[in-house]
Structures are given as structure tokens and as C-alpha cells.
Design a protein around this ligand. Sequence first.
Ligand code: URA
Ligand code: ZN
Length: 372
Amino acid sequence: MSKPTIVDVHTHVYPPRYVSILKSRRTVPYVRDTVPGQPSRLIILPGEDSPSSQTTAAGRPIGPEYYDINAKIAFMDTHGIDISVISLANPWLDFLDPHEAPSIARSLNEDLNNICKTYPSRLFAFGALPLSAATDALVDEIDRLPSFAHMRGVIMGTGGLGNGLDDPSLDPVYRALEATQMTIFLHPHYGLPKEVFGPRAAEYGHVLPLALGFPLETTVAVSRMILSGVFDRFPKLTVLLAHSGGTLPFLAGRLESCIMHDAHYRPEGRRGVWDVLRTNIMLDAVVYSELGVRAAAAASGADRVMFGTDHPFFPPLENENAQGESADGKKSEKWLSVTTNYKAIHDAFGEDKAQAEAVLGGNAVRLLRLTL
Ligand code: URA
Ligand code: ZN
């Protein structure tokens, strides 16, 4: 029996050009060179470099796994991943000066496509948009994307042009994405206001912002898209939600019910939340539990859920590595964050191997058209 194709749809890179930009900066987001001989540190999350920060809160070490595509391929080989759809990691181009953003976006999208060409059958990409620039520049960049053989969409945060993803000014962007069949990979970065996590938040490292802030940010962003009628106006627009849609699979019923019971919100021709979930939305399976994978599959359909790793984030902590053997027989380190997601998929589908295989790769190949 041939091995099923495994596709990672949630896996990030910072191409060298982007690392240079971060190294030239002194405020978040930036890369800080620390003590000679020690790895540089990547400081990207809001408030991460405040003086009260503890160890994990002062960024994370950044090594080749963040910017060297050969390290990505080695990681893929270690974990049996055949194809990766790489995307720029947060905070993308959100912080750039509006005048420089369009040309940097052009260069970075070319970089991403060229990186894919170095392993043509193994890499595809979600590009980046110059969201601080004028909508015309965004539309121009989207219109260029189909000319890149490896490009299948764009990764976007929740800020949009500054007013979120329910901003009507984004309509030309959504229209262009729909017309070019480019999927939005919607990914969090900004989390929740820090007051939500209270005065002891720093004691808990990154746990609250990453485990809860990120998924709730995504949930609110996509709910605002639904409520503002984005999917009514652009019924063929497709959105891949990071982290299995945050809490949307669990809360979709409540969202729909609140809509049905709100006398002040009666939009014409509204499509239901479940319809959007099963038609426009795709969910990654980066949720680390059988329960989460089952919820994602129940909400959007098992034919719309796709394996991911979030590499290079969540590496094993020292001395806590699972060990495995790579294809060439060399001992290599398997990441707990990845093996947990593999196990969650296998446990969620049990004897139904065909569904597990679809989530592991078949869905991504079909939905994202991963052939050249
Ligand atoms: N932390 C981040 O900043 N980004 C990710 O994608 C995952 C963890
Ligand atoms: Zn991610």
C-alpha cells in the first residue's frame, strides 16, 4: 500500500529579506542580537519587550529553522511531511511604512515563490499583502499572484486596513481574492487586550496569549466577517482559519442563535453561519486534541480540515524531546507539538483511515490545488 501524502498547511518562514528588516529595527517587531555566541532573539508579540518581561516573554531564540528552507525540509523529512504550504510568520507586513510596503510585498512574494522552486514538488506558498498601503496596491499585488506557480493564497492578520476584516473598504481586496481563487489564511497575532489576562500574566509566560488570546482573536475576526456579509457578497471567497478556527466550531451555534434573536440585526439575504462554515471556511488541525479535531470536522466537514504544524514555533523544550528515526535512518528529533497533532487526527477518526488520510493531506491537495 502506498504511503498517503502528508501536507502541512500551517508552517511559517521568515525569508532572509524579512529577517534583515527585523534586524534593522529597534521596536517590536524586531530581532535583537544578544551576547556574542548566543542566538539572536525574535521579539514580535505586542508588549513582549516590556521591562517587566520574564524569560519567555523576552522573545524567543531565532535560528535557521526560521529562515533557512533546508531546515524546513529537514523538519519535514523528520516528520514524514511530503508537502508544505509555507507562509510568512506574524506580524507579516502590517508594521511597514505605507510607502515602502508595496515594493517589499512584491519582493517577498517573489522570494517565497523562488524558495518554493528550490523544492518544486514539495513547497507551495501563501503570499503576503502590503496591508498598510492603499487598496489599489493590495489589488495589484493579488492580481500578480496567479503568475507565481507556487502561490495559493495570502496569509493575513485580523487588522485588515486598520479597522478589522468587516471593513467595507476591504471589498476590492475580497473581490480580487475571490476572482483569482486565492485563499485567505487568517492567522492571529494581536491577541486580546492585556488587561484581560490580569496583573500576574507575565508569570505564565506566553501561555495565555497563545493558548487563548490567539484563538479568540481569530474567532472574533471571522465572526465579524460573517456578520458584515463578506460571504454573502463574495460567496466563492475561501478562508483557511488558523488553529481550527479558534473557538468558532464550538460557538457557531451560539453565534447563529444570537443572530436569530437580535431584533436590531436583520440583514437581507444573510447566509447562515453553518452554511459559511461548510462552504467558504477551511480549518487547519492545529488544535492538539482529538476533541478539537472532531469539533473542527463536525463544524466544517472532515473534507475541509487539514493537518498543520505551526513550525518553527513550539519546538521541544530541552531534555523533553521525543526521539524518532528519519527516512535516511538517522536519529532525529520529533517535535511533541507535531506528534500531538498527528495523534489527535488518528484518534479522532479511529478506524476511518480514509478520513484521517484526507485530513493529513488529501483535503489540502484538492482544496488548495497542490499540483503544478
Ligand atoms: N507564536 C507566534 O507568534 N506565531 C505563531 O504562529 C505561533 C506562535
Ligand atoms: Zn502559525
